[in-house]
Design a protein around this ligand. Structure first.
Ligand code: 1GP
Length: 247
């Protein structure tokens, strides 16, 4: 089964899927093994692997180690074309459709495509929409794109719809890692209403209660990163909050 179908089946069966984001950067050297072990035993459905900036040359080794230890799929959530390697089960083939920087709409993707073909990595076409979560995100800095304001709901809906009509298989509403404010429940409800593809929500999700609200509002996939780096034991509770159909 493809990873996309695995995710869709998980969403159908459990109500939503729970993905833990691992930033395989130097700063997380110590934490990674613990996160993978907890993830394996806490009802997490997959790992996203990726970061905005990697501060040493050990990235590939870390991803290989994650692949060797993980019992669940590992999916590249790329900060850039330099993060592609043979260890992934699939990758989000993202385009930052909230921005107007051609390099992140099509430039990186063109550089990536031949490598992806050669490595035969499953691609999941994903429309990535950056929303202002109240602090300047690394995605904003690195991509040179302006996030959509949280209160411009019509603009967010229009971007998500455009992504769907462009043939994306998933839409990712991102408030940015460590966001002060996660994507609002009203935004999730409004976007869910017009989409018929899975909706990924991430950025600033810091408790099982908040996560539960997002799922009730219509999130199909929940992503947490920062909270797990400090409190890996919270995964179980978050997984329970995400998997509402299993209760
Ligand atoms: C994934 O960037 C987010 O969409 C991760 O955000 O680190 O705030 O969980 P956090």
């Amino acid at each position: 089964m493809s990873i996309l179908n695995y995710l869709k089946k998980t969403i159908d069966k459990k109500g939503a899927a729970y993905i833990v984001l691992i930033d395989p950067d130097k700063k997380n050297n110590q934490a990674i093994e613990k996160i993978v072990n907890s993830g394996n035993n806490s009802g997490v459905d997959a790992f996203f692997i990726g970061g905005s900036l990697i501060m040493d040359s050990e990235y590939n080794r870390r991803v290989r180690d994650i692949k060797n230890k993980s019992k669940i799929p590992i999916i590249l959530f790329p900060g850039g074309v330099n993060q592609i390697n043979p260890y992934f089960d699939a990758m989000l083939f993202t385009s930052i459709i909230s921005g107007r920087n051609p390099h992140y709409l099509i430039g990186e993707q063109v550089i990536a495509a031949p490598i992806v073909k050669d490595l035969e990595i499953e691609t999941i076409p994903t429309g990535y929409i950056l929303i202002d979560g109240g602090s300047v995100s690394m995605v904003q800095v690195m991509s040179g794109t302006i996030p959509l304001p949280m209160q411009k709901i019509d603009a967010i809906i229009a971007h998500a719809l455009a992504g769907q009509y462009l043939g994306k298989k998933m839409i990712y509403l991102e408030a940015g890692s460590g966001a002060k404010y996660p994507v609002g429940n009203n935004i999730i409800e409004a976007v869910r209403d017009v989409l018929n593809i899975p909706l990924i929500i991430g950025g600033g999700l810091s408790s099982p209660e908040i996560v539960n609200e997002k799922v009730i509002a219509g999130a199909s996939v929940i992503v947490t990163g920062t909270i797990i780096e400090t409190e890996s034991t919270i995964m179980n509770e978050i997984a329970d909050a995400v998997h509402w159909k299993m209760k």
